[in-house]
Design a protein around this ligand. Sequence first.
Ligand code: V07
Length: 250
Amino acid sequence: MFGWRKQKRADKERALPEHIAIIMDGNGRYAKERNRPRINGHYEGMQNVKKITRHASDIGIKYLTLYAFSTENWSRPQNEISYLMKLPGDFLSTFLPELIEKNVRVLTIGSPEELPDYTVKTVSEAVEKTQDNTGLNLVFALNYGGRDELVQAIRSMSADAVAGAIDPEDISQGTIDQYLMTRNIPEPEMMIRTSGEYRLSNFLLWQSSYSELFFTDTFWPEFATEELDLMISQYQKRSRRFGGIDEEEV
Ligand code: V07
């Protein structure tokens, strides 16, 4: 390839990501380091969700997906689970007016059936009240698991196939996208995990196939907007490859 073309490409920065997904880990460890109860870490983590949401909205991110409660989290002590189930209500009672003012649309992915009624009720109220907003889409993964999502999608796809609504021969990647909980949400260009673990832990398995991964040792309650901005600028500098050639060259 000609040198001048390469140069041109190296200078080219990518646009702002449309969708950022975050595994908000390290709330318990944050509390432990300060000799506080674990639930205090969750409270501080919830406060940080407000800061990061505000910032994502201000800089023009279109989708922010946050792993708030995984299907594996049920194995935690009962008092911790009860506290976690009150956090959406706590968050929305203080923050919903600002979300509305900022034109943010609240969405959820996950299985609400197993969550307490009061949790489902407050969250669906926020979803309804913000459904026509056109700014940031704030997606909370609540009782979400990537493998469960695939099980649900395959069940419903099989039922449609048995009913004759779809032909198995016609199933494509796009068909699968349509059966996932994220059907109207673009794939995340960036996937962030805080607190020094290097795993996806069942979060957005299908959707993160091409996501740029970012890891930091920072505990979630301390993850600041400056660190997010640094990751975004790194993302914009990384060259994008889908198995061989630069995206710009295709
Ligand atoms: C939760 C705080 C963030 C750190 C990770 C675990 C604890 C915000 C919400 C939430 C969910 C839905 C909604 C509005 C807010 C939340 C849970 C846990 C279960 F509509 N933070 N947060 N939900 N944590």
